[in-house]
Design a protein around this ligand. Structure first.
Ligand code: GYE
Length: 325
């Protein structure tokens, strides 16, 4: 009888020790389990553009390279699906979360839950608006305002400071849509004869970009001098609509966009797209570096800005062989 009692006592105290271990701060959690295979939850927005699929592949392949168990969730463009995915990751006690937030607001409650569970959250490519920045570990992204400004300045120069522009916006409420519009408007504001005559969302995808451009052509006809698209996929859709209307994209209508995907370079070499501002989607290595640093308890800067370059028809041919996405 006495021996069973002692035995139960030993087992209970052992269980207690491990439980304590698990709940102490992330730093100590990683101590001694550096050989444990990491499990990371990745909540992706969807597959709306060539850019997005390149980002997904970059994160998936980097997880493979590092032997990380990646739990992938495709939110089909819906924030509620991302919030559900994050709650599942928290319940699964993943070691870290990578989040590409479809829109800027509405994340505080679930980010609080992740923080309470001591799970670092790495934001990739799109930022969030929160009252407390400690709700996420770090953001790795481009400067979307600067991208919009670069596109606006290039177009203002190309059009000699005057003309009618139609704008294809990204997903309403998404950081790149809000900021690329802001930067572009800042740049063209210096040219009073440059006007945005129509603006509509194409949700960053090619088909909706084409539809919106068809509507612009229907209402504005030959009055359109240029189209500014918040991403290449919408611009490539707009090019189709311009051609189907019997106009010459790149000549009759100047086309400027953002992302720098391979399709955009081919369109520039073909004379149909005039300029694209690169936005690098290959964020896998930086995201997992941030996770490793966070697990070691190292301090991370709140935002890492990825540098972007502008390309136009004069540089596209030479650059095309170097494109990785
Ligand atoms: O420009 C677009 C994608 O968030 C920066 O999302 C990203 C944007 C990118 O749909 O192609």
């Amino acid at each position: 009888m006495k021996t069973i009692h002692t035995l139960l006592l030993i087992v209970a105290s052992l269980a207690l020790v491990t439980a304590c271990d698990r709940d102490s701060n992330t730093q100590s959690k990683s101590a001694g389990d550096e050989n444990k295979q990491l499990t990371v939850g990745f909540s992706q927005i969807g597959a709306e553009s060539a850019w997005r699929t390149a980002e997904t592949e970059s994160i998936r392949s980097e997880a493979r390279n590092r032997g990380i168990d990646l739990k992938f969730s495709d939110a089909q463009q819906k924030q509620e699906n991302q919030i559900t995915a994050l709650r599942n990751f928290i319940n699964q006690k993943v070691d870290a979360i990578i989040l590409a937030p479809v829109v800027e607001t509405g994340w505080e409650p679930v980010l609080r839950e992740a923080r309470a569970a001591k799970i670092p959250v790495i934001l990739v490519d799109r930022g969030v608006k929160v009252s407390d920045e400690s709700l996420y570990t770090t953001l790795i992204a481009s400067d979307f305002v600067a991208e919009g400004r670069m596109a606006g300045e290039w177009l203002a120069n190309k059009l000699g400071g005057k003309g009618n522009i139609v704008e294809l916006q990204g997903t309403p409420g998404a950081a790149p849509a809000i900021d690329r519009k802001k930067g572009f408007e800042e740049a063209i504001a210096k040219h009073p004869e440059l006007k945005i005559v129509k603006s509509q969302s194409g949700n960053f995808n090619r088909a909706q970009g084409k539809e919106a451009m068809e509507a612009f052509i229907k209402s504005e006809g030959k009055n359109i001098n240029a189209v500014y698209a918040h991403n290449d996929d919408m611009a490539l859709g707009a090019i189709q609509a311009i051609e189907e209307a019997g106009l010459k994209p790149g000549t009759d209508v100047i086309v400027v966009s953002i992302d720098g995907v391979r399709g955009a370079f081919e369109a520039m070499v073909g004379g149909k797209l005039n300029c694209t501002v690169e936005c690098n989607p290959l964020l896998g290595p930086a995201a997992f570096d941030a996770i490793e640093k966070a697990r070691k308890g190292e301090q991370l800067q709140k935002k890492t800005i990825v540098q972007d370059r502008l390309f136009d028809q004069s540089t596209a041919q030479a650059e095309l062989p170097n494109r990785k996405y």
